[in-house]
Design a protein around this ligand. Structure first.
Ligand SMILES: [Ca+2]
Ligand SMILES: [Ca+2]
Length: 74
């Protein structure tokens, strides 16, 4: 099983997006990511992306939510 390796990669990606290291990705941090990717700091798009990944509806993406989403194949 390559599961643990894949999950470690997700955690690494997650940490890159989680700019303040609080273990949660906010729409603001996602917007920063878009800006870093050269796609412009689009807060509406960031909020929509967070809404897709946020399965418990608290408005932020936890590592568990992020991993679950990525493990489904995006
Ligand atoms: Ca954060
Ligand atoms: Ca959440």
């Amino acid at each position: 099983m390559a599961d643990s390796t894949e999950h470690a990669e997700y955690a690494e990606t997650f940490a890159l997006v989680d700019g303040d290291d609080d273990g949660l990705i906010s729409a603001d941090e996602f917007a920063d990511l878009l800006a870093r990717l050269g796609q412009g700091r689009d807060t509406e798009r960031a909020a929509a992306a967070v809404a897709v990944l946020d399965s418990d509806g608290d408005g932020r993406v936890s590592l568990a939510e992020f991993t679950r989403y990525m493990a489904q194949g995006g």
